[in-house]
Design a protein around this ligand. Sequence first.
Ligand code: RFL
Ligand code: PHB
Length: 388
Amino acid sequence: MRTEVAIIGGGPAGLILGQLLTRAGIDNVVIEKHTREHVLGRIRAGILEWETVELLKRAGVGERMARHGIPHDGIRIAHGDQIFRIDFAELVHKRVMVWGQTEITRDLYEARDREGMPTVHEAADVTLHGIDGNAPFVTWRKDGREHRLDCDWIAGCDGFHGVSRRTIPESIRREFQRAYPFGWLGILSPTPPAAEELIYAASDRGFALCSMRRPDLSRHYIQVPLADSVDDWPDELFWEELKRRLPAEVARDLVTGPSIEKSIAPLRSFVSEPMRHGRLCLAGDAAHIVPPTGAKGLNLAASDVHYLAEALIAAHHGRTDEIDRYSERALARVWKAERFSWWMTMLLHSFPDETPFDRRIREADLDYLAASRAARTALAENYVGLPF
Ligand code: RFL
Ligand code: PHB
């Protein structure tokens, strides 16, 4: 089998890239390790920057999002019983969209099927070959057979645990990282959201976030120790703890109910440089991870593939200068989102090893944000997303 671009990983990065290339007349194949059901069952991101919304429209998957997505003009930040608003519309004249990653992925798979573009699921032992030369290829095992796909370029979109990044020689890769001493326990519940907008809450008992997917479906998170498992958190305990971290008036009106999904995700910041080596370009979580506090992961995957699609389209027309610039261009935006996500995380979470000094600094930062329009504008500018 032969194609122009082999895309490793059928998550949002790989699927959006596939759509952008297909629409530019460039042949591509997506090779995914898991079943489609498995990919669609992962509850993850919920907040899209407006540039991501525009990109999804360009990729041909804007229709259901326009009908069912919920635009938000701001977020709330709670600090103890104090609550204040970051008004995106007023401060930076932009908004974000509540539209779940599972919905985006579903639309992207359906668009791929409609356009007749090949997707391989349940590909085992995916291996990248010849990325240093001019004739790269990918092999995998499926149905007891070895398969081979020859191509011009490989897009490594296989997430943090994928194989693509590790194919770049260690002598060339530089990795930067920070692990945080807690995780987020998240639940999805068929209950109305806590408020019209998201509430990010910093409390003495730790961080909490009240988010949503639809008017009848809420998504909530609480900061938990890394050693905890979902079995430590039956639904009643989760709701009780969430309420204790929210301002009294929000807790009082919170509607609780059964959880229909519950999972714990560790928090980490990670960047691998460069994002391109020879015929391989990395995009999305394969190259970088942000803690979810700034809602940037999926949005960074989107901006990476926007740059990468432009570069691959230029290469298709015989110009490789955009590919040469890809890593630098993508990383410039990645690092700003890393900074913002790190800052939001430091601001809103309780740290087990926090000194009294650290704590006062964090409280001063929150007070400053509540009182200063300049500080709120900086948060708003980053949250709605820096330009692609
Ligand atoms: P994904 O989604 O991990 O997809 C990678 C795909 O590659 C497959 N794969 C392989 N395929 C072939 N061969 C291999 N060897 C392979 N190894 C892996 C995997 O099965 C998978 O299908 O990466 P991608 O496409 O880069 O997308 C990144 C986003 O999924 C991620 O950044 C976001 O979900 C992060 N995130 C959020 N981002 C936002 O922008 N806004 C949010 O509100 C937001 N909230 C979140 C989040 C992530 C969370 N968790 C669980 C990590 C909330 C949470 C709780
Ligand atoms: C979500 O709804 O899953 C969500 C929203 C905002 C975040 C992280 C996750 O910062």
